[in-house]
Design a protein around this ligand. Sequence first.
Ligand code: GKR
Ligand code: MG
Length: 418
Amino acid sequence: MIIRQIRVTPVAFRDPPLLNAAGVHEPWALRTIVEVVTDEGLTGLGETYGDLGHLGKVRECAQALVGLGVHETNTMYARIGAIVGDVVGDAHGLTGAGTREKSVDRVFSPFEVACLDIRGKTAGVPVVDLLGGRVRDAVPYSAYLFYKWAGHPDQEPDRFGAALDEAGIVEQAALLIKEYGFRSIKLKGGVFPPDQEIAAIRALHAAFPSVPLRLDPNAAWTVETSIRVGRELEGTLQYLEDPTADISRMAEVAAAVPMPLATNMCVVTPEHFPPAMASRAIGVLLLDHHYWGGLVRSSHIAAMCQAFGLSLSMHSNSHLGISLAAMTHLAAATPNLTFACDTHTPWQDGQDVVKPGALRFIEGAVPVPAGPGLGVELDRDALAVMNEQYEKCGIVARDDTTYMQRFEPDFSARRPRW
Ligand code: GKR
Ligand code: MG
């Protein structure tokens, strides 16, 4: 099982105008699809970010992995580590600080996932079995609500409509729950003044009293604001995600609010664990195999969380079905991942590079795909269309802030904002 070829294809798919602390999603979201092909003719799939700097590193590293066996992930990691010299952060700044190790982990991840896909196909077992076997047959996801405009300013309104106040947010939750059956809700905050977002959480709590709720303002608040909001929302939130920036500030907030704090911003690479644990800054870590170095390394992080008494959820960015499959295999094999995971899947609204059928939502949960490996098959026609969209869309790196400033020239992504 020697790697003979690696194909790296950037793609773009339509994305609605979802608002966040950095600005607003552009009309196209970018991803990179990785296909690893072996001497025996097997192909494994991986999916990662599409920003140009990252894409360049993925392409460069792909060349360096040809000739290795699909089991040699330690050597792959070392080779990638030797190539990724600089810190390549996310382009919108909502997955925390970049470090060199995190950059290596980000580039390594799609290759590792693709190799696990091949190893599963060869052994005739799903990837979940290579990660220790399933502890759940289906992985619960949460309804990921966003404040949003009715449509991109130069386009027709999309089918989700506007959500710019609590009524719009409750309506959006009802739609996603009706279509997907979600049993947990996360609201992306950091968009409006905190009192408005408190009102939205209270409206959600009133409309869906038994559904666990989370709020994530992506570090848009000061310590004082975070403590005030946390206290006002006592009894309504399952956890409060990244109210403020940095481990030390999160620790101040954690000591003063009634609910656990969660993060995908202040603990995003192994070196963040010691200070975060020492200061009790977080109670929940959002795993994300895209920047925690693939599925096996993410399992190790999960074990570390178990040792330190941290709970687990899962983070997401705009993604396609290869990522959803990988997230589902990982979550199904992780005993202590007990919170419903995040996914942006509803916002991709049926667009995908994988053939339909293998991934579906039943009562808000995705059953582990049945086939060997990741259990999903690449749709080559869809890949070609999305690659053409990438070539034509004119976007090469996600930039929610500059896009927002086209319509609101005074917008600032400064954090803390409130
Ligand atoms: O898609 O706008 C978005 C989210 O805000 C995303 O970029 C964040 O990284 O979902 C993420 C989060 O939980 O912080
Ligand atoms: Mg978050």
